[in-house]
Design a protein around this ligand. Structure first.
Ligand SMILES: Cc1cc2nc3c(=O)[nH]c(=O)nc-3n(C[C@H](O)[C@H](O)[C@H](O)COP(=O)(O)O)c2cc1C
Length: 216
């Protein structure tokens, strides 16, 4: 094993080691509305679910880096969410993966990414922010709270108020997702992604105190 202490690394070195180690990460393609009513879309993979009551998840949004033409500026997604207090998380599968990546271009705020990359918008049921019509699953969300834990990064906690599923993905009787039909993309380090089409099942045995062992 090679051991690396975080103490003497630069921010980008830490970023590459952390994001290269943790994966595949889920991808939230977030739609939000600007003050001018333009629909913005950007992907975020510092994203995961936090609980079901209330139904919460978190996204970590940093500032634009020095390599961008918008160095240190807040990202449009964060500005819009703080302003409107609502947004939509669209899940990403094969059908929209390439367009999702192109939504991460550091476009000026006046550019609507769905329009720029050729994604259609559909109205949401509860929030005013539209969802991506081609997305397999979309969550309509309200801002729960934010934590600005450093000068560069803000945690956005969202509360899901409604979900939209492509017809074949929802088992309405059991109120479950047909996970065998849903193949989200996952992000690895840098421009590397995985398809989730090769599946295995692993069961967790329950521990039985009377036997002193798990039941297989
Ligand atoms: C798959 C993927 C995941 C990303 N995850 C994050 C993330 O978790 N946090 C972040 O701040 N930026 C992330 N980005 C970069 C943003 O998508 C990018 O900065 C985008 O331009 C922000 O757009 P906006 O200004 O319209 O909000 C990611 C990019 C890609 C392609």
């Amino acid at each position: 094993m090679k051991h690396v202490s975080m103490a003497h690394l630069g921010n980008m070195q830490k970023y590459w080691l952390i994001t290269g180690s943790i994966g595949p990460r889920p991808i939230a393609l977030v739609t939000s509305l600007g003050a001018d009513g333009l629909c913005n879309a950007a992907p975020f993979s510092a994203f995961n679910y936090m609980g079901e009551e209330p139904p919460l998840f978190v996204i970590a949004i940093d500032r634009y880096g020095e390599e961008s033409h918008r160095p240190r500026e807040r990202k449009d997604t964060l500005i819009n969410i703080l302003d409107r207090k609502e947004f939509v998380v669209n899940m990403v599968d094969e059908s929209i993966a390439e367009r999702m990546a192109r939504c991460a271009t550091d476009y000026p705020a006046r550019v609507s990414e769905p329009q720029a990359v050729g994604l259609d918008l559909a109205p949401s049921k509860i929030v005013r922010v539209p969802r991506i019509a081609e997305a397999p699953i979309s969550w309509e969300c309200e801002l729960f709270r934010t934590i600005e834990f450093s000068e560069h990064r803000t945690l956005v906690f969202g509360e899901i108020v409604s979900m939209a599923f492509r017809d074949e993905l929802l088992d309405e009787d059991r109120m479950r997702v047909h996970v065998d039909r849903f193949a989200p993309y996952g992000r690895l380090g840098g421009p590397n992604y995985v398809r989730t089409t090769d599946r295995v099942q692993l069961r967790v045995p329950t521990f039985l105190p009377s036997v002193g062992a798990p039941r297989e």
